[in-house]
Design a protein around this ligand. Structure first.
Ligand code: ADP
Length: 481
């Protein structure tokens, strides 16, 4: 059994969960300890005790530790990508990209440890100097989803540690194998006991501790909108004082294809954005908004290329689309496909669940393409989180923009055009945290700020040096000699 890591020790839990390979449900990945509430509290006690030790170590030692972690992730790229593909179901090429990114993120923040500038200001008062510096925020609760089981933990844990905070990490139960592998690497990087803790388990058992322990100062969360609201309520409603919180939630990302787009570029963006990683990305393009004169050519080219997206075991050579993560998510995807048909959209490709591929029982789903969708349909308003995309036909660029902005979400948005005028207009007017011109809505750089607007996100951006906004607190000092 794989244990939790609390105060520098590996501890068995209340019981264990069993992780299954979604590409072959006969394959058991492992048994992972589920922490009790008292163990989760122990983790916060340990993190609180370790805070002055870790933050007091100074930037060079913190940098060295993060560098060691990043180097090991990169050195074990093949093995970790195999585990990720086996556990989460993303095709091996996508899994390799994710492991690479996790390693790069630790390397980036190893550098950032040594780049923490402050500011000196002139004072309005004679003889006074004003100094602005950043300090750690404290103990950070890191709560992550299953869809990027290494990259999302990396982009939360690396900056938390870089800026001198300590961490209690609770991964999603579906992907504890990847979480445990990452924790095992961090455990050997020379951090003081308690600076990093792994608590696996069900949110019903330990969720409230992760949100409410009086020793935590901040909660960084990625997951569903519903849970995000619970995080926000718990963070502001705590009896011991409010906690800072950062939420990354859903998306319903549009890819706009204008009449003047390069058709090959647009189709490549749509196939990647909608279907790669089985569409299980909060930045996936699930709405393909296409202007009148481009529409038929675009749909014909999509139908031509869709058969290239071979569905199969995430680790088989030639597989482009791995399985859906589990039976529950597959049922949700299929229910949305039925919903789309019932609402009057036409399913022109895929959409069939396949109980097995090449003799392997798994949660497989043929990528689905709808045409004739309208913006008000539920399939165009709600996050499906699967390989399902809908084409919405619009008259012109102005209507495309209005439809693109017509959801409660605002994470990522794309436009395919060869016109500078339209590119500039969409870049300015799209209500999204990230705008992609002639590029897929999903797929971002590890050092650039990541986050959304409207119901997609709350709080400061993640990743890159913008992460300092969440993981540090500002101190303003007035000094008179
Ligand atoms: P997803 O649909 O991606 O699974 P969830 O919001 O259900 O999104 O889960 C994201 C993360 O939040 C997971 O680690 C999950 O265990 C955790 N989580 C879910 N509910 C709670 C809760 N009430 N308190 C704390 N963590 C929670």
């Amino acid at each position: 059994m794989y244990c939790n890591f609390i105060n520098g020790e590996w501890l068995a839990g209340l019981d264990a969960s069993t992780n299954i390979n979604p590409s072959d449900t006969r394959d058991v990945i492992g048994h992972y300890a589920r922490a009790s509430q008292s163990q989760a509290r122990m983790a916060f006690a340990a993190a609180s005790h370790a805070l002055p030790i870790w933050s007091g170590r100074g930037p060079q030692q913190r940098s060295d530790a993060l560098d060691v972690i990043g180097s090991e992730i990169l050195a074990r790229l093949d093995e970790l990508a195999d585990l990720l593909a086996r556990e989460e179901g993303k095709a091996l090429a996508d899994a390799r990209g994710e492991v690479l990114r996790a390693g790069q993120i630790f390397k980036f923040f190893a550098g950032e440890c040594l780049r923490q500038p402050g500011e000196v200001m002139a004072s309005t008062r004679p003889g006074m100097t004003v100094e602005v510096t950043r300090e750690p925020i404290g103990v950070v609760s890191v709560i992550t989803p299953w869809n990027f089981p290494l990259a999302i933990p990396a982009w939360k844990i690396a900056p938390a540690l870089a800026y001198g905070n300590t961490v209690v990490f609770k991964p999603a139960e579906l992907v504890t194998g990847c979480a445990w592998a990452l924790a095992e690497i961090i455990a050997r990087a020379g951090l003081p006991n308690g600076a990093f803790n792994l608590v696996m388990g069900s949110s019903r058992e330990i969720g409230s501790v992760l949100l409410e322990d009086p020793r935590l100062s901040a909660i960084t969360f990625t997951g569903s909108e519903g849970t995000g609201r619970k995080v926000a309520q718990a963070a502001v409603g705590r009896s011991g004082g409010m906690a800072r919180f950062q939420l990354e939630m859903g998306g319903k990302n549009p890819l706009v294809v204008l009449d003047d787009a390069d058709l090959d570029v647009a189709v490549a963006c749509a196939l990647d954005g909608a279907y790669h990683a089985t569409g299980q990305r909060c930045t996936a393009s699930s709405r393909l908004i296409v202007t009148d004169n481009m529409h038929d050519r675009f749909v014909a080219a999509m139908l031509d290329r869709l058969p290239e997206l071979k569905v199969g075991d995430a680790r088989s050579p030639g597989t482009r689309i791995g399985p859906v993560v589990d039976a529950e998510q597959l049922a949700q995807d299929v229910a949305y496909i039925h919903q789309g048909i019932a609402e009057g959209a036409q399913l022109v490709y895929g959409g069939q669940a396949m109980p097995e591929v090449e003799g392997r029982p798994g949660h497989y789903l043929q990528p689905a393409l709808f045409v004739g969708a309208t913006s008000s349909m539920r399939i165009c308003q709600e996050e499906i989180f699967g390989p399902v995309a809908a084409v919405i036909r619009v008259a012109d660029a102005e209507e495309a923009l209005a439809v693109a902005n017509d959801t409660p979400f605002g994470l990522s948005a794309g436009v395919c055009t060869t016109s500078l005028k339209w590119a500039a207009m969409f870049k300015r007017e799209l209500q999204a945290g990230m705008v992609m011109v002639n590029a897929p809505t999903a797929g971002v750089d590890p050092h650039a700020p990541f986050g959304g607007r409207k119901s997609s996100s709350y709080g400061p951006r993640e990743q890159g040096r913008y992460a300092a906004e969440f993981f540090t607190q500002v101190k303003t000092s007035y000094i008179k000699p």
